[in-house]
Design a protein around this ligand. Structure first.
Ligand code: MN
Length: 379
């Protein structure tokens, strides 16, 4: 029996993780569930999965939940509660599905204990890639990616030698604005941006898909996961989202991993690895899909993608600043304060203004993150 600590259990990845655990009750149990604020959704999860501990990041809501609970379950609160859960509880796998940067500190605790990290939270590697990978080596902790593209690459690499990889090719749907011109991006609404053609996801990642920052963050994530230089990480637009990513080898052979766009598959793979578990998901019907298309991404139109490659090239705290500025800019777009095309503008300003620190420790990362957020909120 593998015990799973689910960071972010009420988001779309968290809910899908619980769907998998529900289906494989004989293999997986819930060690703890954590949420930011959504205790209304957490409560039925506690009833069903009976975790011994839950963490609510918002302290007031943690109190509120304690008052409401009728069954025995310890409620921890705040970022200290998250860190303490990851550092002390009895579990085998940490499923990291919190939104944004907040997942880093508890993930580091799990790595120090040599746990398996099923990683959906790409910000962990984007902001702390160097620190996280060093720590993983030191403590023999393995990261199995849950992000569908990286899961695809991970699956393509099984049985292959690292030196036979020519490059990896991350696929991107292109989002809802693939066919708009650059100047037309000025006029899109929040509703347009939230209307993703192929994937159902949370608001933050859906906006990141519309701006293609999501793919930019994934390029940085891939750099750390697969120890590849940016020259060996390519992005191609594939609007059907059937091929989840590819690996090209030195002999010219390309392996692709395919399936319907459903996050349950990469989650299940990360929990079950190295075994493949029999699933009851809808299977891919190739004649129905009929055609697969590939288009080169326009870096001038999708400036966020270009900025991400540049931040990876600069290294140090540049990806941290890129990520923090993006989180704030996306928030401001969702609040109706700025246009979509202002997101890369604000990120670029933050990258210009904030000094880059090489090989940052955790304190420096937190400082840069804070600085970038403050600056992006004011601009
Ligand atoms: Mn992805």
């Amino acid at each position: 029996m593998k015990k799973v600590l689910v960071l972010g259990s009420t988001g779309s990845i968290g809910v899908n993780t619980l769907n998998i655990i529900r289906q494989f009750r004989d293999r997986f149990a819930v060690a703890a569930l954590t949420v930011n604020t959504r205790i209304d959704l957490l409560q039925p999860q506690i009833q069903e999965f009976k975790p011994p501990v839950v963490v609510v990041k918002n302290e007031k809501l943690a109190d509120e939940l304690r008052k409401r609970l009728t069954i025995k379950c310890e409620v921890l609160a705040g970022i200290d509660g998250l860190i303490s859960a990851a550092a002390n509880l009895d579990y085998d796998i940490l499923l990291g599905a919190m939104v944004g940067f907040a997942g880093l500190a508890p993930t580091l605790e799990a790595i120090k204990r040599g746990k398996r990290i099923a990683l959906a939270n790409k910000e962990t590697l984007v902001v702390g890639g160097e620190l996280v990978t060093e720590l993983c080596k030191k403590h023999n902790s393995e990261i199995i990616p849950v992000d569908s593209e990286h899961s695809a690459i991970y699956q393509c690499l099984v049985g292959e030698n690292a030196h036979s990889v020519q490059k990896i090719i991350l696929t991107a749907s292109g989002g809802p604005f693939l066919h708009l011109r650059k100047d037309e991006l000025n006029n899109v609404t929040v509703k347009d941006a939230l209307n993703h053609p192929t994937w159902k996801m949370g608001n933050k990642v859906t906006i990141d898909s519309a701006s293609m920052m999501n793919k930019g963050l994934e390029v940085i994530e891939a750099h750390w996961l697969f120890s590849l230089p940016k020259e060996k990480i390519e992005v191609i637009i594939h609007p059907q989202s059937i091929i989840h990513s590819m690996v090209e080898f030195i002999d010219g052979s390309i392996k692709a991993q395919m399936g319907l766009p459903d996050m349950k598959l990469p989650i299940q793979y990360a929990l079950g690895y190295p075994e493949r578990l029999k699933s009851n998901f809808q299977k891919t019907c190739l004649p129905e899909i009929n055609t697969l298309n590939f288009i080169e991404p326009d870096m001038e139109k999708f400036e966020c993608l270009k900025l991400a490659y540049e931040a990876l090239d600069s290294g140090g705290t540049a990806p941290c600043v890129l990520n923090a500025a993006n989180e704030v800019a996306v928030e401001r777009f969702l609040n109706g304060e700025i246009k979509l095309s202002y997101i890369p503008f604000l990120i670029n300003k933050a990258l210009e203004k904030i000094e880059n620190h090489k090989s940052p420790d955790i304190e420096t990362i937190f400082e840069c993150d804070k600085l970038a957020r403050e600056l992006t909120a004011q601009l």
